[in-house]
Design a protein around this ligand. Structure first.
Ligand SMILES: [Zn+2]
Ligand SMILES: [Zn+2]
Length: 360
């Protein structure tokens, strides 16, 4: 029996429940969570804009210690420290074969076909194959990436989603080069990781856009050269003004909303790249004219999980942290227990704080 945060109905409050985990299948592992970040996608899952079978145990950005392994597991052993990966590449499908494991076509179905657990006798699912808002979880073995024991597990948890998504968007989706100009719309945990990634890449200009003063201040701390309070300033005009009137080489949209995607596209220079990092709704439509798509010659790309391969990129992120180039401590603005996940999600919905981490 393990305590877990459950979502039963869209937009209903989360519940703290007793989860009974199944025994691991041959290719599964059990992990005792040590830290789990509260990410915007958890909010989207609670609201129902991000589809996943309910009832579900929320949480997907976590790290912990392996407590049991299935009979065929070789990648980890009991006692290993691990980061949870919320996309678990199968290494066998069309996309994995193309070298794009972040688009794996089997990850979700494999998660849902495997044992997990029950609450009051009813089967429940682990959100994104992680279910990190629980004292213990049961996952595919390929959903865990072993790390050294001296890595703080709170740092490790953040690498499981926000950091890899943001830095990966800069390095892999946009391939920002030294001297390029960058703008970031939305400076939460992922957006601030985009700012840090852009600084590490040597961007000459990093324009940070948000409505909240504390987020803009932290963006500046992490390397933003220009701060735009979108409450009082038109972000498109401000990004253009900061980039010689052209627009930025790379504009990252980290909110997943039609309005800000439209702003990001308009603020991208002719021939530049707009990267959609935010997870939006299937009903929220963005408009582009046929002429501008041709004439502005911009590239519009979606970026899933920072185009990352967890087996390769988690270690790269940890190296950047080890070198002191990636600063994660200041991202964490609150630490709560499992009982306070609902309140943490409400705070996130209102834009309060940067990253709340659940500690166990
Ligand atoms: Zn996330
Ligand atoms: Zn695959």
């Amino acid at each position: 029996m393990t305590r877990a945060v459950l979502v039963t109905e869209p937009n209903a409050p989360v519940e703290l429940v007793d989860l009974v985990l199944d025994d691991p299948a041959p290719d599964q592992v059990r992990v005792r969570l040590a830290a789990a970040g509260v990410c915007h996608s958890d909010l989207s899952a609670r609201a129902g804009t991000m589809a996943w079978p309910r009832p579900m145990v929320l949480g997907h950005e976590g790290a912990g210690v392996v407590t049991a392994v299935g009979s065929e597991v070789t990648r980890v052993a009991v006692g290993d420290h691990v980061i949870l990966a919320w996309n678990q590449p199968c290494r066998a499908c069309f996309w994995c074969g193309k070298g794009e494991p972040w688009l794996c076509g089997n990850a979700t179905s494999d998660v849902l076909d495997h044992p997990y657990g029950t609450v009051a006798g009813e089967r429940v699912s682990p959100f994104l194959g992680a279910g990190a808002f629980a004292e213990e979880t049961l996952l595919l073995d390929r959903a865990v990436v072993p790390i050294a024991e001296d890595v703080p597990l709170e740092t490790a948890a953040l690498i499981g989603c926000a950091v890899t998504t943001g830095v990966g968007a800069v390095q892999k989706a946009a391939a920002v080069a030294e001297g390029d100009t960058v703008a970031v719309i939305g400076c939460g945990g992922v957006g601030l990781s985009v700012v840090q990634g852009a600084r590490i890449a040597g961007a000459s200009r990093i324009v940070a856009v948000d409505l909240k003063r504390d987020k803009l201040e932290l963006a500046e701390r992490f390397g933003a050269t220009d701060l735009v309070d979108a409450g009082g300033t038109d972000p498109v005009k401000a990004i253009k003004a900061a980039t010689g009137g052209h627009g930025a080489d790379h504009v990252f949209e980290v909110l997943g909303r039609s309005q800000t995607i439209r702003q990001a596209f308009s603020a991208t220079r002719r021939g530049g790249t707009t990267v959609v990092v935010g997870v939006g709704s299937a009903q929220d439509k963005v408009e582009f004219s046929a002429m501008e798509l041709f004439w502005m010659a911009r590239t519009l790309v979606g970026c899933v999980y920072g185009n990352a391969d967890p087996d390769v990129d988690f270690a790269r992120m940890l190296e950047l942290v080890g070198d002191g180039r990636l600063e994660l401590d200041e991202l964490v603005t609150d630490r709560v227990g499992l009982d306070d996940v609902g309140a943490a999600l409400d705070a996130m919905a209102e834009g309060r704080g940067i990253r709340t981490v659940v500690t166990f």
